[in-house]
Design a protein around this ligand. Structure first.
Ligand code: TV7
Ligand code: CA
Ligand code: ZN
Length: 381
């Protein structure tokens, strides 16, 4: 069927599939897909959905033939995908050996309707990238994506399918020569960094020496990917000012040297102050600075979700970043919505940061940024 030609008139594609909130990692697992449904509810209560073109999995299935089971094996191995397709909580004892081999376990349990879950979040990233690549829109959003730890043949850190890599692959298909991946989740984007070439640059800041343990400053990529991994390892207490003074200049330098033609921005919200798993001290505005800054270059960009474990703060963060994208200021007082009780007693969009000490000294941050800049001088686009 033909789609109306003005389907993408708003130039911003927003992915949300209603089923996403129904997938469950089972308590007490910290990952809650419900936070994406809460985000959508906030987006609609602030009425900024009106400034975007919404699409869901039905749209993806109807219009983008490329997004089907086969796309998953662009990055992942056939046998790994076959297992994800077959395995259920009721039959998992038949697949014990394979589940062990592919790293299923407490972090990555066999969810009910696992394959559906994977397709649901990955479809948004691939289809969003496809819309950017075909110049139908300038910006795409998928808050259910950003599962950056998944490997070619391995589940890892709550992630099964690496939708970030699949989005990058979709962007590289047409005329786009170079894609930049930026990762502001508190964890290192290790699964994406595995996919480096001279056409893909990855940059992650992260708390160093927590899961997954990779992302050292001297980890700069190998072979054709050499100098294409930019890692900014950090200590706890990272604050907004450090982002502005030390991470934005890194992004600026990357834009100047690598000159990407498309950007994938993973917006993991576990780098916010007060996160249940994280230990940084960013406000929602500080976190959103990365989206604001990257949008300002006018390069096609897809924003993805990621981590975020203090349930009430994740929707705050992502609705704010949605507002940045659509260029609309939001009132701090939250409008009436079905999840308002999560945001009490303040019922405010923004939340205070903590008084924790920033254990990243000026001297340390300067040392890191200088090393990164020296490495980036080796890039010749
Ligand atoms: C992108 N930290 C994902 C971040 C993935 C972090 C980990 C947990 C955790 C898992 C649970 C659970 C937990 C309170 C926290 C070495 C281990 C230690 C499992 C208990 N509670 C993202 C992955 C990280 C699972 N994993 O970047 C079930 O915390 O540190 C580890 C590995 C072995 C496995 N055990 C934890 O944000 C989306 N997991 C409760 C129940
Ligand atoms: Ca990161
Ligand atoms: Zn994380």
């Amino acid at each position: 069927p033909d789609q109306p030609s003005d389907k993408w008139n708003k130039r911003i594609a927003y992915y949300f599939d209603e089923t996403i909130g129904s997938y469950n990692y089972a308590n007490p697992h910290p990952m809650k897909p419900h936070r994406v449904a809460m985000t959508d509810t906030l987006v609609r209560s602030y009425e900024i959905d009106k400034k975007m073109n919404h699409f869901d999995r039905d749209y993806v299935n109807t219009y983008i033939r490329a997004v089907n089971e086969k796309i998953l094996t662009n990055f992942h191995s056939d046998e790994y995908i076959e297992l994800i397709q077959k395995v259920h909580p009721n039959n998992k004892h038949f697949y014990e050996d394979q589940l062990y081999r592919f790293n299923f376990g407490e972090d990555c349990p066999v969810l009910d309707r696992l394959y559906d879950y994977c397709l649901t979040y990955a479809a948004g990233s691939v289809a969003g990238a496809n819309l950017l690549a075909n110049q139908k829109v300038d910006i795409a959003l998928n808050w259910s994506g950003g599962l950056h730890h998944a490997k070619q043949s391995e589940a890892s850190g709550f992630c099964y399918i690496n939708d970030c890599v699949l989005a990058i692959l979709e962007l590289l298909k047409p005329f786009i020569q170079r894609v930049l991946y930026i990762d502001i989740d508190i964890h290192h984007g290790d699964g994406v960094e595995e996919y480096l070439t001279d056409r893909v640059m990855t940059s992650s800041f992260h708390k160093y020496k927590i899961f997954p343990g990779t992302g050292h400053l001297d980890d700069i990529g190998t072979q054709q990917g050499k100098f294409h991994a930019v890692n900014f390892p950090l200590n706890e207490g990272l604050d907004d000012q450090s982002i502005c003074l030390y991470y934005k200049p890194v992004l600026q330098k990357i834009m100047d040297t690598f000159r990407p033609e498309a950007v994938v921005l993973q917006c993991g919200a576990d780098s916010l102050s007060g996160d249940r798993l994280g230990c940084f001290n960013l406000s929602i505005k500080g976190h959103g600075e990365c989206a604001t800054f990257m949008k300002s270059f006018g390069v096609p960009i897809i924003l993805l979700g990621g981590g975020g474990y203090t349930l009430r703060n994740v929707p705050r963060c992502w609705v704010y970043e949605t507002s940045v994208v659509v260029n609309e200021e939001l009132q701090d007082q939250m409008p009436q919505n079905e999840f308002l009780h999560y945001f009490g007693p303040e019922y405010k969009l923004h939340m205070p940061i903590s008084n924790m000490e920033n254990q990243n000294s000026k001297r340390y941050l300067e040392e890191v940024i200088n090393k990164i800049k020296i490495n980036l001088n080796n890039i010749s686009p």
